[in-house]
Design a binder for this molecule. Structure first.
Ligand SMILES: C[S@@+](CC[C@H](N)C(=O)[O-])C[C@H]1O[C@@H](n2cnc3c(N)ncnc32)[C@H](O)[C@@H]1O
Length: 283
């Protein structure tokens, strides 16, 4: 018997609710299996869906509910800043908060002269690639310690035709080693404290890479390390922008202020009113 699109979605929502899984994912997954735009998806809510698509969709919903595997891994991609990025277990699944970091950098970047930008801890490459595509005057470098993450980031850069130089190493070290200096340094580093592990969903703990999530020193290790490398990596008058955990604003602000006492360091809130970005213009 043929099933209408809204009936298939209703089944998925009930199934996911029963297994305490988020239901928002069902729509994204169904849209993916139907291979339609968002507008088309809503327009055809009362249309019949071919049986083979219903079966594939149901199988993915059951797998997600039973194992916690993120739908982005089932689909093989996530959308970031309107572009499709391949993802797998080697990279953090892009988060919507990070779009706010990218928007901040784009809004404040000089547009009238050549600039150099470094993305520290690039993962799937979302920050570096978006900046390379949105800021044609920027020479963009992207660093990660994980060779596997860099494979995925390079694939994404190639697929999206973005010109990014990828370096492997410990935070800013490979950039500094080349005697380079940047106008803008941006990072969404690992910032979750080990003590917070139990608060995370098993979808995050089991499927995002450990190295992308956790940081010692109450989640501050990466900020401390990057800030200690900054004086050798940034140009005077350059700027820094970090994504932060919503309780880390004051601590990261103080760390930056200690290293650059003359600079003004700002904590910015995200769309939900939570501290999300710490930025500074370096003097
Ligand atoms: C929170 S993820 C961010 C990934 C990506 N920039 C994003 O926003 O989705 C942090 C990234 O930092 C990388 N990383 C962790 N420790 C590092 C280190 N010591 N040096 C360079 N990168 C590191 C991880 O491999 C991971 O890709």
């Amino acid at each position: 018997m043929a099933q209408k699109q809204y009936e298939v979605l209703e089944w998925a929502s009930l199934f996911l609710e029963k297994s305490n899984r988020e239901t928002r994912v069902a729509e994204l997954l169904l849209q993916h299996h139907l291979n339609v735009s968002r507008t088309q998806y809503f327009a055809q809510m009362r249309e019949d869906i071919p049986q083979h698509i219903v079966e594939k969709f149901r199988a993915d919903i059951v797998k997600h509910a039973e194992t916690g595997v993120p739908i982005q891994h089932l689909m093989g991609y996530e959308i970031f800043y309107g572009r499709k990025y391949s993802v797998n277990e080697d990279v953090l699944i892009p988060r919507p908060e990070t779009e706010e970091l990218v928007l901040h950098v784009i809004a404040h970047a000089p547009k009238d002269k050549p600039i150099t930008i470094v993305d520290v801890g690039t993962g799937s490459g979302i920050i570096a690639i978006t900046l390379a595509l949105e800021l044609p005057n920027a020479d963009v470098y992207a660093i990660d310690i994980s060779p596997d993450a860099l494979v995925m980031a390079k694939k994404n850069a190639e697929d999206l035709e973005a010109n990014v130089t990828f370096l492997q190493g410990d935070f800013l070290e490979p950039f500094v080693k080349q005697d380079l200096r940047a106008d803008i340094i941006v990072s969404n580093p690992p910032y979750i404290a080990e003590e917070e592990r139990s608060e995370l969903s098993d979808t995050v703990v089991n499927y995002d890479p450990e190295i992308a999530l956790f940081a010692e020193d109450n989640g501050l290790f990466a900020y401390k390390k990057i800030i200690s490398q900054l004086p050798a990596a940034i140009l005077s008058g350059g700027s820094v922008a970090f994504e932060i955990g919503h309780l880390q604003g004051k601590a990261v602000q103080e760390l930056l202020q200690q290293t650059f006492p003359e600079s003004s360091v700002t904590v910015r809130k995200d769309i939900n009113g939570k501290d999300r970005i710490v930025s500074a213009k370096i003097i």
